[in-house]
Design a binder for this molecule. Structure first.
Ligand code: GRE
Ligand code: ZN
Length: 324
């Protein structure tokens, strides 16, 4: 069976040299798995071949580009995307990518999206979390959505490290489990609730209505939104204070897509099928934070009809990313 995965991360240490010294000190990477994040043709390629994955879409794991001044961010993103394209060029069927965008300079970000899609065949872009405390519903980010819609490529919204104010208010004074990089703030909970809030902001700000062909992808089995589906649908109904013209269910079933990244049990997948629907769910792993083997074992052991498994494994990704 053809398998495509969409939330697979890279980070190249050689790019750190392009950050000014004062900014290198401000990096807030989780600092995990540097060697695996940098690797393309070693364990990454061998395990995708062993597990029978046809194509992985790679994306940058850090938010260093957010730290740069406007004069440097666009060039840094171009260099990163060029390096990524160079490193995967000998394995065109195994690897493609979501672009890194200089989101703090939205016009340049839109140009970089277009350049990477047209030059390298990248499949869209990944944006990580809030952008220095701002969310993508802020009007200044409109050029990115306009360009994504025009090019017909999705934006993958990945969690990012929380703002300092949130860390102080929510994630401090809990013993060892404290600070910006820990499980409660990030990969155990905080990331996922923040990403759900980010998507709900896009809904109530009317962003999906303004860009009706825009496609947003989120990972981690829908970042808890399927669990809250009917309650949130009632709470955010048109006219209840938001600018959205359509209901949450109408909007998300047309324009929001989720992946299985990092969540490999069937009950939350079944919930996602029963809410956002089988057309909107795509298999992903979250390599190297989850292993290719664990992810593919989950897929191969799913107790679902074969046509649903094919949709999750590749048919939806092929359609949404224009892979075939
Ligand atoms: C992720 O990309 O989802 C991720 C990290 C770091 C730790 C865990 C994790 O970037 O799921
Ligand atoms: Zn991830």
């Amino acid at each position: 069976m053809r398998i495509v995965t969409l939330e697979e991360h890279i980070s190249f240490p050689e790019m750190t040299a392009f950050l000014p010294a004062n900014i290198q000190d401000k990096r807030r990477s989780l600092g995990l798995m540097q060697d695996k994040l940098a690797d393309i043709t070693g364990e990454r390629l061998s395990t995708i071949q062993e597990t029978g994955i046809a194509t992985q879409v790679l994306s940058v794991e850090n938010t260093d580009v957010y730290l740069l001044p406007d004069s440097l961010a666009p060039d840094f993103a171009r260099k990163y995307n060029d390096l990524l394209a160079e490193k995967i060029k000998d394995h065109p069927s195994s690897f493609t990518a979501f672009a890194l965008l200089p989101v703090t300079t939205p016009i340049a970000a839109a140009e970089e999206l277009e350049r990477t899609v047209k030059t390298y065949g990248f499949k869209g872009a990944m944006i990580r979390g809030h952008i220095n405390g701002e969310f993508l519903d802020a009007p200044k980010f409109a050029p990115i959505f306009e360009k994504a819609e025009q090019l017909g490529v999705p934006i993958y919204l990945h969690p990012g490290i929380p703002p300092n104010e949130v860390i102080d208010a929510y994630y401090s004074n809990v013993g060892e489990m404290t600070g910006p990089n820990d499980a409660i703030a990030c990969y155990g909970w905080g990331w996922h609730s923040e990403t759900a809030i980010h998507v709900l902001r896009l809904l109530v700000a009317g962003v999906f209505d303004r860009y009706p062909r825009l496609k947003i992808i989120i990972g981690h089995m829908g970042e808890m939104l399927p669990m809250m589906w009917s309650r949130s649908n009632g709470a955010f109904k048109p006219g209840n204070g938001g600018r959205n013209k359509r209901t949450l269910i109408e909007t998300f079933t047309e324009q929001l897509f989720i992946t299985t990244s990092g969540i490999f049990t069937q009950p939350p997948l079944q919930l996602a099928i029963d809410t956002i629907g089988i057309n909107n769910i795509m298999f992903s792993i979250d390599y190297p934070f989850s292993s290719n083997q664990v992810g593919v074992d989950f897929l191969n052991n799913l107790q679902l009809p074969a046509d649903q498994i094919a949709q999750i494994a590749h048919l939806n990704a092929d359609r949404i990313l224009g892979l075939k």
